[in-house]
Ligand binder design. Structure first.
Ligand code: ASP
Length: 332
């Protein structure tokens, strides 16, 4: 991973970055590569702006904060929410988007390297959102880029903007983070959203429960990293023992595309299905989250339960991504 470079330092190292009146904006010009680059103060700042974005969207829909700015949305892996919410975010802010999601129709198919593709797109755009199957790809892109890179998911590595929107969802829905018990369920080994969210939650006083089949446990080095930060972590293979104490049930999909052996996938794919019955002993004030897409791990009948927060979670994502774009472009 490239080390995080503070914005002013980044300016000094990259004299080609555009000058402007916005140099003092705290996040101007930075990359968003990992949640580890944020502290609690940063999170408060991001969420305050996200709330302003929500108010503006409700009031006027679209406004001109990023008029004249262009986002390149570069997706080497499938995406519905991340790509379209960044696109919507940019358009709501008055900017425009170069969408590249069919990389098979771009010069990538001719064998162009990631650094060259990035160096190309930054000639046309002011910020780049990158999703790529390799861990560390966003950091690699940032090493070559003069413009901010936002990690939209790097293989099984991280998905920092998802974790930010997940945390925003928790704060907005439950009013706090400290003191909560968060139960993460499903594919904790390959699920990058879980990797980012658990790291982000380590900034708070939370209890983390991990529920998964044996072969899909959280990577041991991540467990160690969180232990070093004194996070209370507990491992289970069934949900029943922890459902009554859970404040946030964070459900994930078994990540089929990460399996080398599809027989292994078949064995674990249906390991957990959350239904209204699963929540019978759960708190009234808990929430169920999912980064989506769901492929059977939450039954459709649960959607009517007010505790099902996964559709609201997507909307929170729009405001958080609007905030991030405005911030890295020096307008917040
Ligand atoms: N959409 C999320 C991601 O890109 C979760 C998932 O695909 O299961 O990581």
């Amino acid at each position: 991973m490239a080390t995080f470079i503070p914005p002013n330092e980044r300016r000094r190292q990259n004299p080609h970055l555009p000058l402007g009146d916005h140099r003092q904006a705290p996040f101007y010009g930075i990359d968003v590569l990992t949640v580890s680059q944020f502290n609690r103060e940063d999170l408060d700042y991001i969420f305050d702006i996200a709330k302003e974005m929500r108010a503006m969207v409700e009031r006027v829909g679209t406004f001109d904060l990023l008029k004249g700015k262009i986002l390149a949305n570069l997706f080497y892996e499938p995406s519905t929410r991340t790509s379209s919410s960044f696109l919507a975010a940019m358009e709501r802010l008055g900017g425009s988007v170069i969408p590249i999601s069919g990389v098979e129709y771009s010069s990538v198919a001719k064998g162009e390297s990631l650094p060259d593709t990035i160096r190309t797109l930054e000639c046309y755009a002011d910020v780049i959102v990158l999703r790529h199957p390799e861990v560390g790809s966003a950091a690699l892109a940032a090493k070559y880029a003069r413009k901010p890179i936002i990690n939209g998911g790097d293989g099984i590595g991280e998905h920092p903007t998802q974790a930010l929107l997940d945390l925003f969802t928790i704060k907005e829905e439950l009013g706090k983070v400290d003191g909560l018990t968060v139960t993460m369920l499903g594919d904790l080994k390959n699920g990058r959203t879980v990797h980012s969210l658990s790291r982000l939650l380590s900034l708070f006083d939370v209890r983390l429960n991990y529920v998964s089949p044996e072969i899909l446990r959280l990577p041991p080095d991540l467990v160690e990293e969180l232990s070093a930060k004194n996070v209370s972590q507990n491992v289970y293979t069934t949900l029943e023992p922890v459902i009554p104490e859970t404040d946030v049930l964070y459900v994930t999909r078994v990540q089929k595309e990460r399996f080398e052996n599809l027989d292994e996938y078949e064995k674990v794919k249906g390991a957990f299905v959350i239904t209204p019955k699963t929540l019978e002993k759960a708190k009234d004030a808990m929430i169920v989250m999912h980064p989506l897409p769901r492929v059977g791990e939450i039954s459709l009948e649960l959607d009517a339960d007010p505790r099902a927060a996964y559709f609201r979670q997507m909307e929170y994502g729009l405001y958080v991504r609007m905030a991030l774009l405005a911030m890295v472009l020096g307008k917040a």
